[in-house]
Design a protein around this ligand. Structure first.
Ligand code: ADP
Length: 530
């Protein structure tokens, strides 16, 4: 073995020292050889120049698949990965001639042909007297796991860096240790040094309160917290709504090592939702006006009656004033009082129409169904007459109030009633068809409201299609009523569906939450008969 040749030999030893040194050397060589044989690191010796193996410890079999005998005589250059060999050739002189000790990481070909990562420390061994390079001693270990972990880390870091989600790592004391590019840009934290930045700087006051009061304690207990929260954007000078995923990462001893925060910017989504709500509200108001337009001829008629009556009373009074003797004031009082009452009624009709056409911010409150339904049926009576339809309500005496925005609830009922009236329209027939409205309390604190008719019923094909926008079978139809009604009901947490009645006609049903707690009754499901 030449292992000891790297050690400088003492100058001119005494014979006694010489014997002791020899014994020590022999013993040390034996121990080193034994360690080399048993080490899981591969120890190898190479010729200078072509780096042929002149010795390899048995670990070579585990690392590269060769037996010791097979690898002896092979040149290391033949086993380097082609991409690494040039690099090694450049560096080899520094091992052989310069510093004498060199560590590097490279790919080496195993016996089965695949490449494995090795990390080797090489040392040149020189003749103590002449300084001549005798051989190179190399200790190599498997670096595949480390290299793979480093590659995975680099990949992960790249992914984090280009992710559109905002990513942040923070120590348990709130010090921020990392912000990815999206976070730096969105939050306007272009600090070259993040060491001074605290988590508090990323949140507006109320957001930080939510973080410290709710999110961090929950993550501490359950490992994670997920929820909507607001971050503070220095760049935009305003809060940004985000969906935050907060994880508490623990070390082996169970202490929280650090927190990771991954936030998805919800600004776009919130803006789109607001725009959608606005659009919905405008569309909804527009169709409401259209519905009122459809009522207009009925209302004109309704208004015409009291106006005619007022005119008749006035004409009567004028005629009587011309008589001799003229009427007393007491005689004029009754027709004047009737004029007053009738004009009030006209005012009410106009008021009701304006009420239906109003635009207001949605407000969900308990609404008494019978009162709303009565008013609505009253409103639709003239339209019903025009279509020759008998309109009624069959609400049970006891019915919990429903939680709804009144204007929107009226609009859904109005849409469904107008459709039902149009479906039953038979102006020429003697016996009118019927349209009625009923409701019942169901389980799960819900009320089901139904608008039923004796019309032709739903088309045989998919009745769900009717709820799509712009689907209409009417020459003047817009195909918006059902689509809008469904989205209004769904926004209330209810459902709207249509079914055919067994004895003819259609029934449009919807659910709304009632203001009474669940009764324990099983929920009613869509059925065939109503
Ligand atoms: P529009 O009334 O403008 O056509 P809707 O969305 O309110 O738009 O209705 C879509 C279609 O659904 C109607 O054109 C009609 O074919 C069908 N429909 C709605 N209500 C009824 C009903 N009560 N009976 C039969 N068909 C109906």
């Amino acid at each position: 073995m030449l292992l000891s040749q790297s050690e400088p030999m003492p100058d001119h030893p005494t014979p006694q020292q010489g014997r002791a040194a020899l014994t020590d050397d022999a013993e040390r060589n034996r121990l080193l050889a034994e360690m080399a044989e048993q080490s899981t690191d591969m120890i190898s010796r190479h010729t200078p120049g072509d780096w042929r193996f002149i010795y390899a410890s048995p670990a070579v079999t585990h690392l590269l698949g060769y037996s010791v005998e097979e690898i002896i005589g092979l040149s290391a250059y033949d086993l380097y990965h082609p991409d690494d060999v040039e690099d090694f050739k450049k560096r080899a002189p520094s091992v052989s001639y310069e510093r004498g000790l060199y560590t590097h990481t490279y790919r080496f070909r195993c016996k089965d042909g695949h490449y494995t990562w090795l990390e080797s420390t090489s040392r040149s061994l020189r003749d103590a007297d002449t300084g001549e390079l005798i051989e190179i001693l190399v200790v190599s270990r498997d670096a595949s796991r480390r290299i793979k972990a480093e590659q995975a880390n680099r990949r992960m870091a790249r992914v984090l860096e280009i992710s559109s989600d905002l990513v942040c790592f923070a120590n348990p004391d709130g010090h921020i240790t990392y912000l990815n590019e999206a976070a730096r840009q969105t939050l306007g934290c272009e600090h070259p040094e993040l060491t001074d930045l605290q988590l508090g700087a990323l949140f507006p006051a109320h957001g930080y309160q939510q973080l410290t009061g709710q999110a961090l304690p929950a993550a501490g207990e359950q490992g994670r917290w997920r929820g909507e929260i607001e971050l503070w954007s220095q760049a935009r000078q305003r809060p940004i709504p985000v969906m935050l995923e907060l994880l508490a990462h623990r070390s082996l001893d169970g202490r929280i090592d650090y927190y990771s925060l991954v936030a998805r910017d919800l600004s776009g989504q919130k803006a789109a939702e607001a725009a959608q709500r606005q659009h919905q509200a405008e569309l909804s108001h527009a169709t409401r006006l259209i519905s009122i337009g459809e009522m207009a001829s009925g209302l004109a008629h309704e208004l015409n009656q009291p106006l005619t009556a007022i005119n008749n009373y006035v004409q009567g009074i004028l005629r009587r004033i011309d008589l001799q003797p003229p009427p007393t004031l007491d005689e004029l009082r009754p027709p004047l009082e009737r004029i007053g009452r009738t004009s009030l009624r006209s005012g009410e009709i106009i008021h009701r129409m304006m009420d239906f056409a109003r635009k207001s911010e949605p407000q969900r409150l308990p609404q008494p169904l019978p009162a709303i339904v009565d008013e609505l049926l009253d409103f639709c009576q003239y339209s019903a007459k025009r279509h020759n339809v008998q309109l009624s309500q069959r609400l049970p005496a006891e019915l919990p109030a429903v939680i709804a925005d009144r204007v929107q609830l009226e609009q859904v009922l109005l849409n469904l009633l107008i459709n039902a009236l149009e479906a039953c329209s038979r102006p020429e027939q003697q016996t009118p068809l019927q349209v009625w409205l009923d409701a019942s309390a169901a389980g799960n604190d819900q009320v089901i409201i139904r608008v039923c008719d004796q019309g032709p019923g739903l088309p045989d094909s998919d009745s769900e299609q009717l709820f799509e926008q712009f689907v209409t079978t009417k020459p003047e139809g817009l195909g918006l009523g059902l689509a809008i009604s469904r989205s209004l009901i769904e926004a209330h947490g209810g459902q709207l569906w249509a079914e055919n009645r067994i004895d003819g006609g259609a029934c449009f049903c919807f659910t709304l939450h009632s203001d009474q707690p669940a009764s324990g009754q099983p929920p009613e499901t869509p059925s065939q008969e109503n």
